[in-house]
Write a protein that binds this ligand. Structure first.
Ligand SMILES: O=C(O)[C@H](O)[C@@H](O)[C@H](O)[C@H](O)COP(=O)(O)O
Length: 262
């Protein structure tokens, strides 16, 4: 199904196939990008389907066709917690994938936690500086080949939540969220323009509980406050993410159940 010229919806029968197909698609995207450029920058995030996807990447034989030494991993968002804390997204990714592929530790760009910086604002500043260090001459952020995003039932992506001022930050780089409705409250997130600067953004969404937010995002509308939305007609955060190249919605069947039938 095609939603717009650059936004496409792909539906897999269930969550397991969604994770495995996204994993193969991700590996092919890395291999493809590596045929024309090096290094290749990607951004990952947290959430259950994303971690399942990273596990599937580790189990996919195509992983051996990737030159992991030229892959750089960034975080779409990270919870402000010390290294090794179970809240952190990077711990899950390490267990699911990084421990299984020869990705050099210096290519994994972790967001600093309270064990390294004074507060979440300092963490966001440090991450923005790190992004700039890897950006092409004159740019603020690296060229992200693929950004993988999960989505919450309220339509949030990374740590950009409905109705929060973070959604209106128009600078490239990272921002601090201090009052996330999803715990923990303190997080660092890439800004919306940074997500949209990527060549491709893939929104990987599973389950019927997210079906209303999928429908709202694709229609560019809000959700009622009772579902964590703003009820003001503005698009849920996920509906505001449009990659420079291709925006892919990768869904399982239950996540499509609120979409209008063609
Ligand atoms: O740190 C986080 O909490 C995430 O990055 C967040 O944006 C997540 O991807 C969605 O909330 C989906 O998470 P689930 O798949 O677990 O619902």
């Amino acid at each position: 199904m095609t939603a717009t010229d650059h936004t496409h919806v792909v539906v897999h029968p269930d969550a397991d196939l969604l994770a495995r197909a996204t994993a193969s698609r991700f590996l092919l995207a890395l291999i493809d990008a590596q045929s024309v450029t090096s290094p290749v920058h990607v951004a990952l995030t947290g959430g259950s389907i994303l971690v399942d996807t990273l596990r599937a990447v580790a189990a996919d034989p195509l992983r051996d066709a990737v030159d992991w030494t030229s892959v750089h991993v960034w975080w779409g968002d990270e919870r402000f917690a010390p290294q090794g804390h179970p809240d952190r997204n990077d711990g899950d990714a390490h267990a699911a994938l990084f421990s299984a592929v020869p990705l050099p530790p210096e290519n994994i760009h972790a967001v600093p936690g309270p064990d390294r910086v004074a507060d979440v604002a300092a963490a966001a500043r440090a991450y923005s500086e790190e992004l700039e260090r890897y950006a092409p001459e004159g740019a603020r952020v690296p060229e992200l080949a693929v950004v993988l995003l999960g989505m919450g039932p309220d339509g949030h992506v990374a740590s950009l939540f409905p109705g929060r001022p973070s959604l209106d930050v128009d600078a490239l780089g990272a921002l601090a969220e201090t009052d996330s409705p999803k715990p923990p409250p303190e997080r660092v997130s890439l800004t919306l323009p940074t997500l949209c600067s990527a060549d491709q953004v893939w929104l990987v969404v599973s389950g019927e509980g997210k079906a209303p937010a999928v429908a709202a995002a694709l229609a560019g509308t809000s959700l009622p406050e009772s579902q964590g939305g703003t009820d003001d007609g503005s698009s849920v955060p996920a509906g505001r993410v449009h990659a420079r190249g291709r925006t892919l919605w990768l869904l399982d069947l239950p996540a499509t159940t609120a979409l209008p039938t063609a």
